[in-house]
Write a protein of this length. Structure first.
Length: 148
């Protein structure tokens, strides 16, 4: 009887965790072919941040983009994507306009797990940035990592 209760509790916890994790991603997942048509677009329909893969981010990084690490300074100094700038999620409201003055600039975001970059993507879109992409976790990056 106790074992059955533990099994049911475990299943409930796993289901609840999956539901919460999936609900964190509140913007569309798109294929790279769709992204290439919208990069730099001022079309309001494409102002929603988009989730991309680390490989797609690497391919986009060869163009005119800003890669933004939204983690904290200690995390950034432990290793970051090559050419990334640091703009912690907690500083976006105060510093985004200074760090990224062109609201049509293509921006690629990442963090440790994807939660902060998702929040940052939504914030930037709400601030009027029209070309915001998120590849989620730092470990998804398919390119060079800088370890100071």
């Amino acid at each position: 009887m106790l074992i059955n209760q533990l099994i049911m509790l475990s299943i409930t916890v796993i289901f609840a965790s999956t539901f919460v994790a999936c609900s964190l991603l509140d913007y569309p997942i798109v294929e790279y072919a769709e992204i290439s048509e919208t990069v730099g677009s001022n079309d309001p329909l494409h102002a929603t941040p988009m989730l991309i893969t680390g490989s797609q981010a690497l391919e986009m990084a060869s163009g005119d983009v800003i890669i933004v690490d939204v983690r904290n300074l200690d995390e950034f100094n432990a290793g970051h994507v090559e050419h990334a700038i640091l703009l912690p999620v907690d500083e976006i409201a105060a510093r985004a306009a200074t760090v990224i003055p062109d609201k049509s600039q293509t921006i690629i975001l990442y963090c440790r797990s994807g939660a902060r970059s998702s929040r940052a993507a939504t914030m930037l879109s709400e601030m009027g940035y029209t070309s915001v992409y998120d590849f989620g976790a730092f470990t998804n990056w398919a390119g060079t990592i800088v370890i100071p």
